[in-house]
Write a protein that binds this ligand. Sequence first.
Ligand SMILES: [Zn+2]
Length: 478
Amino acid sequence: MPCSRPVSLLVAWAVLLGGLGACQPTRTLPLRPEGEAPALRYRVTFVREPEPALDVELVRVREDAPRDFLFTQPGGVEQVRVSGPEGVERELPVSPEGGVVVPRDTRVLRYRYRLESRGGRRHSDFITGMGEGETWHVAGRVWLLRPRTVTPSLRAELTVEGVDALPPWEPDASGVYHLLGGDLVDSGFHGFGGRRCTVRLPGAVLEVAVLGRMSRMDDAALCAWVRQAAGEVLTVRRSFPYPRITVRIVPVPGREAPGIFGMVLWSSPPSVSLLVGQDAAPESFVRDWVAVHELLHLAHPAILPRVAWLTEGLATYYTELARARSGRQTPQRAWEELLAGFARGRADVGSRTMEDVTTHGASYQGIYWTGALFALDLDVALRRVTGNTRGLDAVLARLAESGTTATFEEFGAAVDAVAGRPLFQELLAWHLSRPAFAALEPLLEALGVESGPEGVVRLGAARDSQVRHALEVRAEEL
Ligand SMILES: [Zn+2]
């Protein structure tokens, strides 16, 4: 789930990438007979000379192991060397689509992914390889050769040598990652090298890799920033949505903004990466929204198939509420941010209907803020029909009981269950058929949110001001 306010080009590119990822259900390793070998064994070695690269040795451990392999995002590796039982090597070309089919008697595949020649220091390189020397950020989909199709029972083992790695998965005591086929398909973000810190919340841990140096800030302050954002997820959900996740922080040279860009990939568990300005001042992180926005994506299920306006709408809406609930910003400021965002969205989509916007697309501002207004209206509608006792938080809690993914229809059913009556389809139909921001003014008036000159908002008594107050505080404070 990519997010960025300032760079629309990057966002279009990132939305495309995000759209390519599939999602997988909650991780459960299938039972297997004691001692049965995995089908595939990856040994990854970080090499420094002549340039930083990942050398991959992939052993087909069992005869029934897959033979048809694929780089999910092609272009990074052109040749794979394969060898049979006698060890005679031959080279096979990787097709332009990233595929390679190996002979039946292939035991071992070897290839090299060159980090430096594929990536660099620009922040558009963070998928293909962003970093230098011994510190790199890269997405698994560019370097990890995976079976074209995987079965639920496919198992693999992976080790990394020569560098401290932070993929999404937790290794066993000997450093081996035990993977399912789905982990190879949705392999998330990977950090190599850098430094580490651990953020602990009740019932959850965030393993953080700092992949580069900041000019004005130490690692402890960076990790405190992640801690703050992760704690704000707990203003929406009673417990952190995953027991362990990984976060990679990548400083971008020559930039002073704190959070520049962030993205969640739906590996299992999800992996989060955040780009930050290398020259950002410590105090600027207080106003940052990127980290909390990305971590708030963990509060909703991955919607399958992907419905960007809904998931981005939820995260965008909650980004402002969660920072008010934690006390990082005042409720007044939260409403000012929401109104400014709605204005940017409306400026982008004009009088287009929500149906047109969500079907035919818009800039990310148009999509995100159309979704955020729908989320606000939905939250208010739920509170109106439940006597202001339950809202969107309850919908997310209910969905979480069923796992980490949901369909759009399941999302709607959870809304109706919390409402105690059909609500979702009716509200959606109302929005879809009207200009995307048609609900805004009546909603603000009912909530007692009055916008004044220069973006200053005044909060006052109105029909639904108690509902507004409920949105601004965490559930247990009610
Ligand atoms: Zn997002």
